[in-house]
Design a protein around this ligand. Structure first.
Ligand SMILES: [Zn+2]
Length: 302
């Protein structure tokens, strides 16, 4: 129970009040920070561990992150090995029992979502950074809904005094998100079955939602940089079977997609990928709005 000391009618009284003690959220990626702010409003304080220009597979477990996670009430991330190179180190060094795996304060969103590309053949030893299935789960609006539904329960468990507040915020977000999903679903029919090439398997959930057809990946395996041999191989494939666009995130190197674009004439496109991925994407709504706008603006759609 948290208390606020109030001076009332000449007496100091202890009142249960969470106003001054917000739920401290450590969001591993910007998309989860944005969702935590949507549901938590001014009763949460959100720290975002990574930016849209950082590859969440490869983050240094630096002291500033340890300091933040040590005082957190809730850690939210994607899981499925996305943060395996850094989050366990932070958790170990933080020594914070509220956020250890298995507790309310540890929420890896992939644990409640149907994962794509889950082959069961874990071969991280060979460089595959998706041994548990694809962890880039946020670019399907239905996944955002499912995570929002769970996140509000976590907030209520952590700070029951603000239950009504969190539930109202969640209901309001869900109404707005459902309306946006209906609008997006009406817009996206023209993208169905369009062929795309991607740098890394970062857009699998977007592809699945929109019905895009991925015909090639610049990385020979998730996490292995494109090799000259692999790019030359893709060139022969794409000359015979052209794609509409070559996609990359803000944190993927552009060299491979720019080279392949120059050789094939297929446009290369950087999608924002997450909140903050470009100046248009300041929240989850504008992230999806702008992503669809960019995809629909693709030229020479095959
Ligand atoms: Zn990945």
């Amino acid at each position: 129970m948290r208390y606020l000391l109030l001076f009332t009618a000449g007496f100091f009284v202890l009142c249960p009040r969470a106003v001054y003690a917000k739920v401290r959220v450590f969001a591993c990626e910007p998309e989860w920070a944005a969702l935590a702010e949507e549901i938590g409003g001014d009763q949460v304080s959100v720290f975002t561990a990574t930016s849209a220009r950082q590859d969440p597979h490869y983050i240094r477990a630096k002291p500033s992150l340890i300091a933040q996670i040590r005082k957190s009430d809730l850690v939210i991330g994607s899981g499925a090995s996305l943060e395996v190179g850094w989050l366990p180190v932070l958790l170990r060094k933080a020594g914070n029992s509220r956020i250890t795996p298995g507790n309310t304060g540890f929420f890896m969103t992939s644990e409640i979502l149907p994962l794509l590309e889950k082959t069961g053949a874990s071969d991280r030893s060979h460089g595959d950074v998706h041994p548990d299935g694809n962890p880039h789960v946020h670019l399907d609006p239905s996944n955002i809904s499912l995570v929002a539904d769970e996140l509000v329960e976590r907030f209520v468990l952590i700070d029951s005094e603000n239950q009504a507040y969190f539930r109202n915020r969640h209901a309001d977000f869900s109404r707005r998100w459902s309306a946006a999903k209906a609008r997006w679903n009406d817009l996206v029919g023209s993208l169905r079955n369009k062929k795309v090439v991607v740098h890394h398997a970062s857009f699998s959930y977007l592809e699945n939602w929109l019905g895009l057809s991925r015909i090639a990946t610049l990385e020979p395996k998730p996490g292995l940089p494109p090799t000259t041999t692999h790019l030359e191989y893709l060139l022969t494939i794409l000359r015979k079977h052209p794609a509409a666009v070559i996609l990359r995130t803000p944190y993927n190197p552009d060299k491979g997609s720019v080279w392949l674009s120059a050789k094939t004439g297929i446009p290369a496109l950087e999608l924002p990928y997450t909140v903050g991925g470009n100046e248009h994407c300041q929240d989850l709504f504008s992230l999806f709005d702008h992503t669809l706008e960019l995809l629909q603006g693709m030229t020479d759609v095959k």
